[in-house]
Design a protein around this ligand. Structure first.
Ligand code: COA
Length: 174
């Protein structure tokens, strides 16, 4: 794992979470249990804390950063898909942050939100629970259906299993 202490603070990663060796976690980061952090992820917490709840996954090449006097909170059972940028955000439980989306400063996603792939969520936007947002700038386009909520749960389960498998079977071979 590429975990780096910075200014006296170091990432805390429990033994049952997986962080790929090519991910870089720097500074004041606390990861929950059974989290999965993909190749190429960067989490830089030099100026403020990043907290990620149990069973959340951060997928390939996503970037999380914190400004001075700010923080990032990602609750449990959250899916952060590939190539997402998160800055000073508060993401509550069971959200899906779609591929390639950007969440600007102080965005709040309440529970069960879906951010559509490729969206840019403007600073200070508070997305109410159970809403889908989409576009640039992102706007609310509808409600998350029960089927989508089920898919979100299944997605979290898949990544929790993946976490176990990575911890027990992944090895560098070349
Ligand atoms: C937004 C989203 C939830 C809509 O899914 P859906 O309800 O199945 O909707 P559909 O694919 O049937 O598309 C419905 C409409 O939304 C549009 N749409 C779909 N995804 C969109 C997106 N990311 N941005 C803008 N518009 C989008 C479609 O073009 C379609 O428009 P139309 O009605 O004018 O034809 C889904 O496309 C999405 O982005 N999910 C996130 C996926 C993701 O990144 N998951 C994590 C994987 S690791």
């Amino acid at each position: 794992m590429a975990l780096y202490e910075f200014d006296g603070k170091r990432p805390l990663v429990p033994a049952d979470s997986f962080v790929h060796p090519t991910a870089a976690l720097i500074g004041d980061i606390r990861l929950g249990h059974q989290c999965w952090v993909a190749p190429g992820v960067t989490i830089r917490a030099e100026f403020g804390p990043v907290e990620i709840g149990d069973c959340s996954n951060i997928q390939d090449n996503s970037i999380i950063h914190v400004n001075p006097d700010a923080s990032v909170t990602i609750a449990e059972n959250v899916i952060v898909a590939h190539c997402v940028i998160l800055h000073d955000v508060n993401i509550k439980t069971r959200c899906i942050i779609g591929m390639g989306s950007i969440l600007m400063f102080n965005v709040v996603c309440e529970e069960d939100v879906i951010v559509a792939a490729g969206s840019v969520v403007p600073k200070n936007m508070i997305i109410p629970a159970g809403k889908i947002v989409s576009g640039y700038p992102a706007k609310i386009i509808g409600d998350v259906s029960e089927k989508q909520k089920l898919m979100a749960r299944e997605g979290v389960d898949v990544y929790r299993d993946l976490c176990r498998k990575y911890l027990t079977t992944m090895k560098a071979v070349g």
